[in-house]
Ligand binder design. Structure first.
Ligand SMILES: C[S@@+](CC[C@H](N)C(=O)[O-])C[C@H]1O[C@@H](n2cnc3c(N)ncnc32)[C@H](O)[C@@H]1O
Length: 297
C-alpha cells in the first residue's frame, strides 16, 4: 500500500507520459529504490507506492518514533529518554498548527511537519527544490502565494508530487517535463532537463543523503548559477546515512560546501531524531555572496 491522492482523469492521463521519459542516471540507492515506485488508478484517486508509507498516525499520536521502546529501556529522567527533549516538545507544539486537513488525512505528521519546518526557512521569490518527492514543501510555499516553484526529481517520484499539487491547487498552471511550460507557476524537471533560470532560494530535504557524492557535487556546482546574489540554499539531510546493501554512505559534513558563502543557520531541524535519539538530521542554510568580489574573498 502507498498514499492515495484524489485525482481527475486529466491528472492520470498526464502522468502516463512520465513513463516515456528517459530514466535519468541516479545514485545506486535510487537505481534500486526506483523499482519500488508504482502508481495505480483506484476509482477517483491514484495510489502511489514506494515513496511514502501508507498509514498516517491516529489522531493524538504525537510521540516520536521508537519512543515506546525507548521508554521501556530507560527510566524517568534518563538522558536517553527523548520524550522531554526540546525537539520533541517542539514537535508537539507545532503539530497542532498543521495547516491543511486534507493533507493530514494522507501524510504522516512527520512528513507534514518536515515540510512546514522547511518552508519556514524559505524566502519569498522563485524557489527551486531538488528531490521534491510529494511536493509538501511546494504546497506550503504555494499556500504562501509563491509565484514560481521548480522541482527537479526522478520521473517515477515526481508523479506523486504532481498529483498532490493538482489535487490541492487545481487552478494553478503546473507543467510536467515535456509539456509547454511558458507561464507555468510550477514546473517539474528531471536531472536530464534542469531548469535554466535563477531563483531566490534552493532547497533539498532528505534527498542528498541518498545520492552518490558526484551527483551531490554536481548540484552544488549548479547552485552558483541557479541562485541570485544573496540567494540561499536550505539543506536538510541526515548527518550520516549508510545502507551497505544499496552502496550508500552519505555524510552531510562531506558535501562540497562552497567557500565564501555565509552560514545563516547550522542546527537540527524539527524532524531530527524522530526516528530515534541517535538519528541526527542536520540543517544548514547558506547564502550566496551578494557581490562577485565577496565570492572570491
Ligand atoms: C526520501 S525522498 C524525499 C522527498 C522529499 N524531499 C521529502 O522530504 O518528503 C528523496 C527524493 O530524492 C529524489 N531523487 C533521487 N535521485 C535524485 C536525483 N538524482 N536528483 C534529484 N532528486 C532525486 C527521489 O526521487 C525522492 O523524491
Amino acid at each position: 500500500m502507498g498514499v492515495v491522492i484524489p485525482a481527475t482523469d486529466e491528472t492520470w492521463q498526464r502522468l502516463q507520459a512520465l513513463s516515456t521519459l528517459p530514466r535519468s542516471a541516479s545514485s545506486a540507492y535510487w537505481q534500486d529504490r526506483r523499482t519500488e515506485m508504482a502508481m495505480q488508478r483506484t476509482g477517483d484517486a491514484i495510489t502511489f507506492d514506494g515513496l511514502y508509507s501508507d498509514v498516517p498516525e491516529a489522531p493524538g499520536w504525537l510521540s516520536p518514533g521508537r519512543l515506546s521502546w525507548l521508554r521501556r529501556l530507560v527510566g524517568v529522567g534518563d538522558a536517553r529518554d527523548w520524550s522531554e527533549h526540546p525537539l520533541t516538545l517542539a514537535w508537539r507544539t507545532r503539530l497542532h498548527a498543521l495547516p491543511d486537513p486534507r493533507l493530514a488525512s494522507v501524510f504522516s505528521s512527520y512528513d507534514l511537519a518536515k515540510a512546514e519546518d522547511t518552508a519556514a526557512d524559505l524566502p519569498d521569490g522563485p524557489i527551486l527544490e531538488i528531490g521534491g518527492g510529494a511536493c509538501l514543501v511546494a504546497a506550503a510555499m504555494l499556500r504562501r502565494d509563491c509565484q514560481r516553484y521548480a522541482v527537479i526529481d526522478l520521473p517515477e517520484s515526481m508523479a506523486a508530487g504532481f498529483a498532490v499539487l493538482r489535487w490541492l491547487f487545481p487552478a494553478i498552471n503546473i507543467a510536467l517535463p515535456g509539456e509547454p511550460n511558458t507561464g507555468a507557476r510550477v514546473t517539474f524537471h528531471t536531472p536530464d532537463s534542469m531548469p535554466d533560470e535563477t531563483f531566490a532560494a534552493a532547497v533539498n530535504v532528505t534527498s542528498f543523503q541518498e545520492l552518490d557524492p558526484p551527483i551531490v557535487a554536481g548540484y552544488f556546482v549548479r547552485l552558483d548559477d541557479w541562485l541570485v546574489p544573496g540567494g540561499r540554499f536550505v539543506c536538510i539531510n541526515r548527518a550520516v546515512k549508510t545502507d551497505p546493501a544499496r552502496n550508500l554512505h552519505a555524510v552531510f559534513e562531506d558535501y562540497p560546501w562552497p567557500e565564501g558563502w555565509s552560514v545563516l543557520r547550522d542546527d537540527e531541524p524539527l524532524i531530527s531524531r524522530w526516528s530515534g535519539p541517535m538519528t541526527t538530521i542536520r540543517r544548514r542554510v547558506i547564502q550566496k555572496p551578494t557581490t562577485a568580489c565577496a565570492a572570491k574573498s
